[in-house]
Design a protein around this ligand. Structure first.
Ligand SMILES: Cc1ncc(COP(=O)(O)O)c(C=O)c1O
Length: 391
């Protein structure tokens, strides 16, 4: 016999999943409906309408793909890229690498452009590669979860469009925590996830294609290699009057996403972005006060994910283990070249609140002192409190 499932209480301050909103978890207990039940179709329509608002788009081809953020990445690339198509991918972290890898697997001729981890991609460098290769697609990550960089997009989008390329932004970490504004910015293809700033469980990847991107899909000469992620088939299930079965979607996850999006719009997107910014500011002030320096360049820091350099003589794994064992707090390990060198503290969605900021700072300060790091006791919380007081 196995015991009843009991998950230990955790404060989720890693790179995702974040804490799911209570209303979202409740919505998931709603009974199943048939995948073409009229009532379920209404729920799907609501979800798409809400998604368009949070994405900031009127794009018709907007829907949640079944699968996590990587499914959205695959869907975006597999539908747009045909073998031999030129693609430019900007890489300044782990997830940019993943975009390039999938683009190659789709048969794209991929030119990669690198910037140091912890810095944004310079528009001039991207411009050179775009002018040289005349790509069909230019792709990069909006909020790089491996480094905590929030990439400025406007100039690169303009350059891509001047060269008739489509522009793709990975909004897995940014959606719901910072403006993505697809239409205002001219982003042609964007995908995200549910488990970060939308505060729902993982399992769906919201995705959106502009009319130009849809035209590129319609004018393909070769079939879309993936059946499961074929947007022309998914469109027939999600949109229009004659809904056609494609695959059995997860009702529970769609209920969850619908509720999560309602919560986002009730709070107000602007208020939500501000909340993420304020809590990140307080966290960083507290972290600096105990000698934890940010790994992402100033002026480009993503408020939902703060990377902090691990001080000399402090063991990464030991501290993270103690945070879990003593406080039930999960923070993220460094990825790629940041492994063992930086921590990633996520303040995403529900997890982005003052209580969590104070808690993680208190815990980190106490552990750093315990492991011999010279820190003035109380300085982390004091610095963070100052930020909240000045707000
Ligand atoms: C920027 C970015 N892109 C893509 C992904 C992949 O998403 P998932 O792990 O949900 O498949 C992640 C995951 O953290 C991410 O942070």
């Amino acid at each position: 016999m196995y015991d009843e499932l009991i998950a230990p209480p955790r404060v989720l301050l890693g790179p995702g999943p974040s804490e799911a909103n209570a209303r979202v978890l409740k919505a998931m207990t709603t009974p199943m409906l048939g995948y073409l039940d009229t009532e379920f179709v209404h729920i799907m329509d609501d979800t798409v309408a809400l998604l368009r608002r949070v994405f900031g788009t009127q794009n018709r081809l907007t829907l949640p793909v079944s699968g996590t953020g990587t499914a959205g990445m695959e869907a975006a690339l597999a539908n747009i890229i045909e073998p031999g198509d030129a693609v430019v991918v900007g890489i300044n972290g782990y997830f940019g690498e993943r975009i390039a890898e999938i683009a190659r697997r789709c048969g794209g001729t991929v030119t990669t452009l690198h910037a140091d981890w912890g810095t944004p991609l310079p528009a001039e460098k991207m411009a050179e590669a775009i002018a040289k290769t005349a790509p069909k697609l230019v792709a990069l990550v909006h909020a790089e979860t491996s480094t905590g960089i929030l990439q400025p997009l406007e100039d690169i989008i303009q350059i891509a469009h001047e060269h008739d390329a489509l522009f793709l932004a990975d909004c897995v970490t940014s959606l719901g925590g910072q403006p993505v504004d697809l239409d205002a910015r001219g982003i042609d293809i964007a995908y995200s996830c549910t488990q970060k700033c939308l505060a729902a469980p993982p399992g769906l990847s919201p995705i959106s294609f502009s009319e130009r991107a849809v035209a590129a899909i319609r004018h393909r000469k070769t079939p879309i290699q993936s059946f499961y992620l074929d947007m022309t088939l998914l469109e027939n299930y999600w949109h229009g009057s004659a809904r056609r079965y494609h695959h059995t979607v997860s009702m529970s996850l769609i209920y969850a996403l619908r509720e999560a999006l309602r919560v986002v719009l009730e709070e107000g997107t602007y208020a939500r972005y501000k909340r993420h910014e304020n809590n990140a500011r307080a966290l960083l002030a507290g972290a600096k006060a105990i000698g934890l320096e940010p790994a992402a360049a100033e002026g480009y820091r993503a408020p939902m994910l703060t990377t902090l350099r691990i001080p000399e003589g402090i063991d990464d794994a030991t501290i993270r283990k103690r945070l879990i064992e003593d406080y039930g707090i999960e923070i993220g390990a460094g990825l790629g070249i940041f492994a063992g060198k930086a921590w990633r503290i996520g303040l995403m969605g529900e997890s982005s609140n003052e209580r969590n900021v104070m808690l993680v700072l208190t815990a980190l300060e106490k552990l750093l002192i315990a492991f011999g790091h010279a820190v003035e006791p109380g300085s982390a919380v004091h610095a963070a409190a100052q930020v909240y007081a000045d707000r």
